[in-house]
Design a protein around this ligand. Structure first.
Ligand code: HSE
Length: 444
């Protein structure tokens, strides 16, 4: 078949970007594929507006059901976002024999395990490269380029909004709230920005990457998740003085006896503000850029970098997925790599490593009354828990107000650290306004 017919659900920022590529890059796409990809229809709730694009010749509707059931559409691009009604439309599209491409990480993270079996049974493809890392083809790399490897770790700066906020706070000493507004105006942030700043968007993306890396089922609800909303400009400066930059990476690692042979008994998944060495590669990733470090047993360290959000980069990944499907259409679809990188029947339930068992190094920022013996009382508890210190700093001196005391520790388990912290917070002269960050070297 020399023509693949596409319908788009949602003409928001990414939807317009996808339509723009299909229209403006039509010749290039045809030359690359040897067949045509044609935008047949698009649905949006509000059609009476200027899309900034000539959509004449495209059937416009305010009812997405028309597209997911239409006889003249082969691939549905879902760009509504969120859990529902996106899930219902995607299920209906699959049931009507349509391939699906989506940029919706929330949908894949939460409902992927319902969608993949439906697609598999029907011989259909679900493409979701745009869901993680925006325009960066990191999942194609993981699924295809690194397929011969046991994946040993993933560290990803996966949320452009948070990275933009942290960068601006550091470079301009800007206020958190103002920078968030700027990120929203630039079209980086989710409709509900708490998904960005509280780490939920990164957790969605990390849960997808982890399952793809380790052949496990997606367990978004089990990702340990903390966001950046409690980070202050003072923490950014304190971290920098200690040789670190604060980032919000997602980290995933396999655990078990047999990891070196592809075995995985438990999956570690966590998202939290992290101190990364100033000279590490991830520390250089600034503004709304994303980067994913993936390490495999044969390939060693690899890194994927690029724009993680915004109209054009995200639409670039969406249309690449459409082109992948088009290249094998209609008979060659089974030759594409399975969406999650392992055949559906080989994907297993793997328990998540409890956060209490995860080993980290820590940045602790206490607010204490500047009295004799306060630091000694903290370090005594840490010593009792066999937690060794790498650095301690207290700059300010104030007789009546609390002052910050920053400590860097060597490695210990989260469970041990939390037990020590509860004892420390019960000591006199220590406020409960404590910030715990974790630090990591990333091995690259
Ligand atoms: N809100 C997301 C981000 C958009 O800031 O990265 C891309 O998923």
């Amino acid at each position: 078949m020399n023509e693949i017919r596409v319908g788009i659900l949602g003409l928001g920022t990414i939807g317009i970007g996808a339509a723009r590529i299909l229209i403006e890059q039509q010749q290039l796409i045809t030359r690359r594929l040897g067949k045509q990809v044609r935008l047949v229809a698009a649905a949006d709730r509000i059609l009476d507006r200027d899309f900034g694009l000539d959509l004449s010749g495209v059937r416009l509707t305010d009812d997405a059901s028309d597209i997911v059931t239409a006889d003249d559409i082969d691939v549905v691009i879902e760009l509504i976002g969120g859990y529902e009604p996106a899930r219902t439309f995607v299920v209906t599209a699959l049931e009507h024999g349509k391939h699906v491409v989506t940029a919706n990480k929330a949908l894949i993270a939460k409902h992927g395990e319902e969608l993949f079996p439906i697609a598999d049974e029907k011989g259909l493809q679900i493409g979701f490269e745009a869901a993680v890392g925006g325009g960066i083809p990191c999942m194609k790399a993981l699924r295809e380029g690194l397929a011969a490897n046991t994946i040993l770790s993933i560290h990803g700066i996966l949320n452009g909004t948070c990275n933009f906020i942290l960068t601006k706070m550091e470079n301009e000493g800007a206020d958190y709230g103002d920078v968030l507004k700027e990120a929203q105006a630039l079209g980086y942030a989710e409709a509900d920005p708490t998904f960005d700043v509280e780490g939920i968007d990164t957790a969605h993306k990390l849960s997808i990457l982890a399952a793809m890396a380790f052949g496990s089922k997606i367990k978004f609800d089990e990702v340990f998740t903390e966001g950046i909303s409690r980070i202050t400009a003072a923490d950014i400066v304190a971290a920098q003085e200690l040789g670190y930059r604060i980032k919000l990476p997602g980290t995933a690692k396999p655990h078990g006896e047999n990891v070196s042979h592809g075995g995985c008994e438990k999956v570690e998944m966590r998202v939290h503000p992290t101190l990364v060495p100033l000279d590490s590669q991830l520390a250089q990733v600034s503004d709304s850029y994303n980067a994913v470090l993936i390490s495999g047993d044969f390939v060693e360290h690899t890194m994927y970098f690029g724009r993680g959000a915004g109209e054009r980069p995200t639409a670039s990944a969406v249309i690449a997925d459409v082109m992948d499907i088009a290249s094998g259409f209609p008979d060659g679809i089974r030759h594409l790599a399975p969406p999650m990188g392992f055949v559906q029947s080989a994907r297993t339930e793997v328990p998540t490593l409890p956060m209490a068992d995860v080993e980290c190094e820590y940045y602790l920022r206490f607010m204490v009354q500047d009295e004799p013996g306060v630091i000694a009382s903290i370090t005594a508890v840490l010593a009792d828990h066999r937690i060794s210190l790498e650095a301690v700093s207290q700059k300010e001196r104030h007789k009546t107000q609390a002052v910050p005391v920053v400590m860097l520790t060597h490695e210990t388990t989260e469970g041990n650290m939390q037990a020590a912290i509860s004892r420390i917070l019960a000591l006199p002269n220590i406020n409960d306004d404590l910030l715990i960050l974790r630090k990591e070297s990333f091995g690259a």
